[in-house]
Ligand binder design. Structure first.
Ligand code: ADP
Ligand code: MG
Length: 399
């Protein structure tokens, strides 16, 4: 693999492994550490989440980064179901609306992904999600009748998109879009595109710690390394993914728990029942790699809803899409399951290092300390804490 370099070799021995990049449902970027390595991270609170933009010092432009944040702000204004004057809210109130190109684009992408996932990802869950939000406020579960009525409105095949006229229409009052499971992925894609338009060739754009768009490669054709968070312990990672450019999203039912009447419910809805997909579902978290974060985000949510085997079969059927599921062993420890386009290349800091088979640039196994494993499953015991009582470094981002 001439011409490619591993991140390890790029970094060299003795260099401090500085940045902690956890891509799980709650990932973590240590901005200071990145800064120390010649990267700058800026953050803005948007879409009810933190957007983080990381750019190498040499390419950093305050103006470009601000412009990228502004792109996300605009999407927030268009797409939020929390803002009464957003296009999504006005569309739900009016039943038909001429929308901005961005709203049309995400609606089209959403319908495409709804079809691909057989409705496991369903952007028309607006009324169902509104009921659960209300239930949380009232501290009372929605009535089965209300839930059933809302669920029947969530028929994504009945949405009318007229691209030429720029309109979206619903045939029935009460129908409504909700881009909660795809909006952050779409937003990081658009923010990344804005950075690229400004000439920035390498960046990591993250929203809500779980939707990522990677552009370019860290120095020297190396790869990004992101840790997937341990679903039971925010401080730890279960594995490290070594990635080239593209989208990565992680969904977990534990991502945003809501309490109703003393019980905890997950925020991902099973469209077949209108109820939260079982919080203790055997799939703890689902991470998806795809060419765009938009696709990765919607697919990751779908994988939480679907049976693990069905979800993996779907992933295998999609070109350039890979997935890593964190399942739960009977003893409570996590177990990794990954799709056939990923392989294990030994370990990195004691964690299984997973790399895409086809990403040649990421396959130069400088960090490989064991045989490359076949696609499949790997039993994983809980990581012991270090002697200092601090968790071991989960994901080390080396440029
Ligand atoms: P997060 O927003 O925490 O990254 P997801 O991407 O999985 O997590 O999106 C979950 C959000 O998407 C929910 O809060 C809700 O607004 C919406 N949602 C829940 N279930 C579904 C579903 N099955 N299909 C589409 N959207 C969903
Ligand atoms: Mg999602």
């Amino acid at each position: 693999m001439a011409g490619t370099r591993s991140t390890r070799r790029t970094v060299g021995p003795g260099r401090k492994s500085a940045a902690l990049l956890l891509a799980g449902a709650l990932s973590l970027i240590l901005a200071d550490a990145l800064g120390a390595q010649g990267f700058r991270t800026r953050m803005r609170f948007q879409m009810g989440s933190l957007t983080e933009i990381t750019v190498p010092d040499g390419q950093y432009s305050a103006q470009s980064v601000s412009r990228a944040f502004d792109v996300v702000d605009r999407l927030d204004r268009l797409l939020s179901t929390y803002k009464a004057d957003s296009e999504v809210s006005r569309l739900a109130a009016l039943g038909k609306l001429r929308v901005s190109p961005e709203t049309m684009e995400i609606a089209e992408a959403s319908l495409r992904l709804a079809r691909i996932t057989g409705g496991a990802f369903n952007p028309m869950l607006g009324p169902v999600i509104a009921l659960w939000r209300q239930a949380e406020e009232l501290g009372r579960l929605p009535s089965p009748e209300a839930l059933e009525a809302a669920r029947t409105l969530a028929d994504f095949e009945r949405v009318e998109l007229d691209r030429a006229a720029g309109t979206i229409a619903f045939p029935v009052r009460g129908m409504g879009l909700n881009f909660g499971a795809i909006g952050k992925g779409f937003a990081v894609d658009k923010a990344a595109a804005s950075l690229q338009r400004d000439g920035i060739r390498m960046a990591l754009v993250t929203s809500g710690t779980s939707s990522h768009r990677l552009i370019g490669r860290p120095r020297g054709g190396a790869c990004w390394e992101l840790g997937i968070r341990h679903p039971g312990d925010a401080e730890r990672a279960v594995t490290v993914l070594r990635l080239g450019p593209g989208g990565l999203a992680t969904s977990a039912q534990s991502g945003r728990p809501r309490e109703i009447g003393g019980r905890i419910y997950g925020h991902i809805v099973d469209p077949r029942t209108g109820r939260p997909a079982e919080p203790r579902s055997p799939v703890w978290s689902a991470s998806v790699l795809a060419p765009t974060a938009t696709d990765a985000d919607a697919l990751a949510t779908a994988l939480i809803v679907m049976e693990a085997a069905d979800g993996m079969a779907l992933v295998e059927s999609l070109p350039r899409v890979e997935a890593l599921l964190v399942r739960r062993n009977p003893d409570g420890s996590p177990r990794l399951v990954w799709s056939s386009g990923l392989t294990q290349r030994g370990t990195l800091d004691g964690l299984p290092l997973i790399v895409p088979v086809t990403e040649i640039g990421c396959m130069d196994g400088g960090a490989s300390s064991g045989p490359a494993g076949a696609a499949g499953e790997q039993a994983l015991r809980a990581q012991p804490k270090t002697q200092t009582g601090r968790p071991p470094p989960p994901a080390l981002n080396r440029w």
